[in-house]
Design a protein around this ligand. Structure first.
Ligand code: MRU
Length: 369
């Protein structure tokens, strides 16, 4: 994606120093556009933990680069297998909900075992991490092309009036190396000259919608309106939403979707108002081993301090302020699970399918055991 006329991904290896992985600092956006260097497994863990980088495909790619950085820490005294296993366990423990993280870390470990012709362990790890970036970019591009058809259909029905898309959190290119999942069809539609307008949920407590999705769409010139999280239902009741498209951090083989907290309430409102509700996701976000999203997807619980504060920009500085009594009790579930029955369909790199085990199996037969 273009930022100030320069093409960026949300993660990449530094061109001049092979021991550095660079990321866009998402904590600072939209107030400052800065990149940050990751030089060790510890750095990758810290950046994922403190949300410098976030979003399911991106934390997967970061975990993969984390294993690459772990190979650079190997000396003649290192027990290599143990060292890499420890790094993998540590990275995977960082955030529990998005399945992309463990998938990507295990992908690199697996490639290290198989890529016996590589000149070194670290070159094999770097190659595998780069493969993941390319794979996720292509997945997201395909998601955009498939999702575009849904938007085109609505646009035709509305005789060219803007298609109103509601999205939650940031499932954009920042979260995905490039293109985005939920936003990819929007970018494709915009490029094709189809009038679109996005309702952007602010997404408390960390405001990924207000800070990141609004910034991304604005940079691309896509018209959007920022709304408080509790506005979507009202808009849907009044015919102001044509389609809801969200991302996913983990989807079961039966089509239950874990995504940013608040997604479930949007799905319920969409269902009640007969508005199509889609989750856009690469197959790397599908956990083919589990069936029941409510009982089997681990939901991350974050620091309640994030709920008790808001962070914003004043006097050229990013500052946090408390918004409740100092001793207020708060709880901070980062994700919720939308049962498959409320989901109209899944937009994947292979096409659009219903959120059922049968359809997912038909689409990804190679991944089903
Ligand atoms: O806590 P976050 O910001 O990592 O949560 C991100 C989301 O919930 C996204 O919707 C999800 O990762 C899909 S990203 C393409």
């Amino acid at each position: 994606m273009l930022v100030f006329n320069k093409n960026y991904q949300s993660i990449w290896p530094d061109e001049s120093d092979p021991s550095v992985i660079r990321v866009i600092d998402q904590q600072k956006l939209p107030f400052f556009f800065e990149t940050r260097e990751l030089r060790s497994v510890e750095d990758v863990y810290g950046a994922i933990k403190d949300m410098t980088i976030r979003g399911a495909p991106l934390i997967g790619a970061a975990g993969a680069f984390g294993i690459y950085l772990a190979t650079l820490e190997i000396t003649s005294l290192t027990n290599v297998d143990q060292h890499l296993a420890n790094a993998a366990r540590y990275l995977i423990s960082c955030r529990p909900t998005a399945v992309n993280l463990s998938w990507a870390v295990n992908y690199v470990l697996d490639r290290l075992k198989k890529d016996t012709f590589a000149p070194s362990l670290s070159s094999a790890a770097l190659k595998a991490a780069m493969e993941i970036c390319e794979m996720e970019k292509e997945n997201c591009r395909q998601i955009g092309k498939h999702g575009l058809k849904l938007i085109e259909k609505i646009s035709k029905r509305k005789k060219g009036k803007p298609v109103n898309i509601l999205t939650h959190c940031n499932a954009g290119w920042l979260a995905c190396v490039d293109y985005g999942t939920a936003t990819s069809p929007v970018y494709f539609a915009h490029d094709k000259g189809i009038p679109v307008h996005v309702w952007v949920d602010e997404t408390r407590p960390l405001n990924q919608g207000a800070r990141l999705t609004a910034w991304e769409l604005g940079q691309y010139g896509v018209p959007y309106t920022l709304i408080p999280d509790n506005t979507g239902g009202h808009l849907m009741q009044h015919g102001m939403v044509d389609i809801v498209i969200v991302g996913s951090d983990r989807t079961t083989r039966t089509g239950d979707v874990a995504n940013k907290i608040g997604t479930y309430l949007k799905a319920l409102a969409a269902y009640d108002n007969k508005i199509p509700f889609y989750s856009a996701l690469p197959s790397t976000s599908i956990d083919f081993n589990i069936r029941n999203g409510l009982s089997e997807i681990p939901v991350e619980e974050r620091d309640p301090g994030e709920v008790k504060t808001v962070t914003g920009f004043i006097d050229k500085k990013i500052l946090s302020v408390r918004i409740c009594p100092e001793n207020a009790t708060a709880v901070n579930y980062a994700f919720d699970v939308t049962p498959a029955k409320y989901i109209t369909g899944l937009i994947t790199e292979k096409g659009i399918c219903r959120a059922t085990e049968k359809d997912i199996k038909e689409m990804f037969s190679d991944k089903f055991k």
